[in-house]
Design a binder for this molecule. Structure first.
Ligand code: ATP
Ligand code: MG
Length: 112
């Protein structure tokens, strides 16, 4: 299993959700997030210390999926969330060791 975490523009959430459903994603977590990337954050020096300002609101989406669809999930998010303008966001992926569906006790691929 893979964890795919993506930061996307807020107005792209519904398109991404629909597209992910179409490729077989069964669940996802959505969180309001703020942050900055290479282009939009500004660093300010105040009393000798650096402060990050200008955090831009985005949605963070987290999807745990079977490994065999993970590349498709990344491709889908990448294409659907792309406007070609700065601030389109980023996608990260890492391995997941285990998953448990609390109601049934099912584990791993059966749980997601
Ligand atoms: N290295 C990173 N680690 C964690 N989160 C990041 C990182 N870079 C960007 N993010 C998250 O992604 C969001 C969007 O980043 P953004 O798309 O502006 O990246 P960028 O590097 O500035 O690219 P662009 O030039 O397309 O704007 C940020 O608000 C932040 O939440
Ligand atoms: Mg940026």
């Amino acid at each position: 299993m893979k964890m795919i975490m993506a930061i996307i523009q807020t107005h792209k959430l519904e398109d991404v959700r629909t597209a992910l459903h179409d490729v077989g994603v069964m669940g996802m977590t959505v969180t309001e997030s703020k942050g900055f990337g290479r282009t939009k954050g500004h660093t300010e020096i105040y009393r000798g210390a650096e402060y990050q300002i200008n955090y831009i609101p985005k949605f963070k989406i987290e999807v745990v999926c079977e490994e065999n669809i993970s590349e498709k999930v990344i491709e889908t998010i990448s294409e659907t969330a792309n406007t070609g303008k700065i601030g389109d966001g980023k996608i990260f992926m890492w391995d997941i060791d285990s998953a448990i569906r609390i109601r049934t006790g099912e584990k791993n691929e059966q749980a997601i």
